[in-house]
Design a protein around this ligand. Structure first.
Ligand SMILES: *Cc1c(COP(=O)(O)O)cnc(C)c1O
Ligand code: SF4
Length: 349
């Protein structure tokens, strides 16, 4: 039986010629890009586009800039070197990423795993994923498993049930996290049956990936309500993208909007140094001034950590506007608006 969401995947746009028909653009330059980096746009995500070049379009439509030479890297986070078996990335002692699926509902043009997501290089036969679980089972330090890919929620309910069940039977695995963009790009995937599968594996967290307030659609809201009602704590990772969300107004709409969907903003990622994504890059200064603009303007619950994942697999580090000018008997702090304030630092010492 084909489920509704599988039908949506089959009806997604994968050929720039179809976009050309809809929007009256020249498909030829896009086709060359899509041959190198695949395109897929679900009917739901397509419906969020209002005009050529808008923030939704930029995230999902191939751009000739992806093929321009840049000084960036296929695998900036050295994930391949940190991969003890093909389906696992193991960088921190207590956490491991399990690549559960090679495909996504929509291929984001800025993806960190652009080198292989949706490509032949990322065909992940189920046996490789199972071998990944065997690796986790024989590595007792791993307490926290992150299912990623690709998008793990593109697997069928049965396969997910099997994989999650196998992980849950490993005594040292304490929590399971799923990273999925399905609530944004394919909300019909979040069925009651899927939620029933997920809730069998508690404690299970789901991190989704909204980048723009227009993605907070009624359908996405319904999907997130289902997940939250299944007791799944929801987080969100946003990528800071030029021309999509790199301004305070957009972020001040997106982040509190996530809270209304019961999603706690977790990370804003500074762009990784990924080949073919230079046109999305911002400077770190831009992210820092964004963070400063948010503080005091939106609920503290809506403010995520701004992080950069260092090249060579050295891990994530938080980036913070500097509010601390000096320490000592009296500390000097600065408000986000720039006012200097003295703070007695040794009272009661
Ligand atoms: C981001 C990441 C994690 C998880 O990091 P948290 O800060 O705990 O969310 C784990 N492994 C790899 C390889 C990662 O890139
Ligand atoms: S959903 Fe995630 S893994 Fe898939 S293309 Fe987008 S950023 Fe990459």
């Amino acid at each position: 039986m084909t489920e509704i969401w599988q039908h949506s995947l089959q009806n997604s746009l994968t050929d720039p010629a179809d976009l050309a028909k809809r929007f009256g653009i020249d498909p030829a330059p896009l086709r060359r890009v899509a041959e190198r980096y695949p395109m897929r746009i679900t009917p739901h995500y397509l419906g969020l586009i209002r005009e050529v070049g808008d923030p939704i379009w930029r995230q999902c439509v191939p751009d000739p800039a992806e093929l321009a030479p840049d000084e960036l890297f296929c695998d900036p986070l050295a994930e391949e070197e940190l991969s003890p078996v093909p389906a696992v990335i193991h960088r921190y002692p207590d956490r491991a990423v399990l690549l559960a699926s090679g495909a996504c509902a929509v291929y984001c043009r800025f993806c960190t795993r652009k080198r292989k997501v949706g490509c032949a290089a990322m065909r992940l036969p189920l046996d490789e994923v199972r071998s990944g679980i065997d690796y986790i089972a024989r590595t007792p330090g791993v307490k926290d498993v992150l299912l990623s890919g690709g998008d793990p929620l593109l697997l069928s309910d049965d396969v997910l049930d099997e994989l999650l069940g196998a992980l849950r039977r490993i005594p040292h695995v304490q929590i399971i996290r799923i990273g999925s963009r399905a609530p944004v790009t394919l909300p019909e995937r979040i069925t009651p049956a899927l939620c029933a599968v997920l809730r069998r594996s508690h404690p299970l967290f789901l991190n989704t990936h909204f980048n723009h307030p227009r993605e907070l659609s009624p359908e996405a809201q319904e999907a997130c309500e289902r997940l939250a009602d299944a007791g799944i704590p929801l987080g969100n990772q946003t990528v800071l993208l030029r021309g999509v969300n790199d301004d305070p107004q957009t972020m001040a709409e997106l982040l509190p909007g996530l809270l209304r969907l019961r999603i706690r903003p977790y990370y804003i990622h500074h762009m990784d140094l990924v080949r073919g994504t230079a046109h999305f890059r911002t400077r770190i200064e831009r992210g820092l001034s964004l963070m400063a603009a948010l503080r005091g303007r939106v609920s503290g619950l809506a403010i995520p950590h701004y992080v950069v994942d260092l090249p060579g697999g050295k891990g994530k580090v938080p980036l913070q506007p500097n509010y601390l000018e000096s320490l000592g008997e009296t500390a000097i702090l600065r408000t986000p608006q720039g006012e200097r304030v003295e703070f007695p630092n040794r009272v009661g010492e």
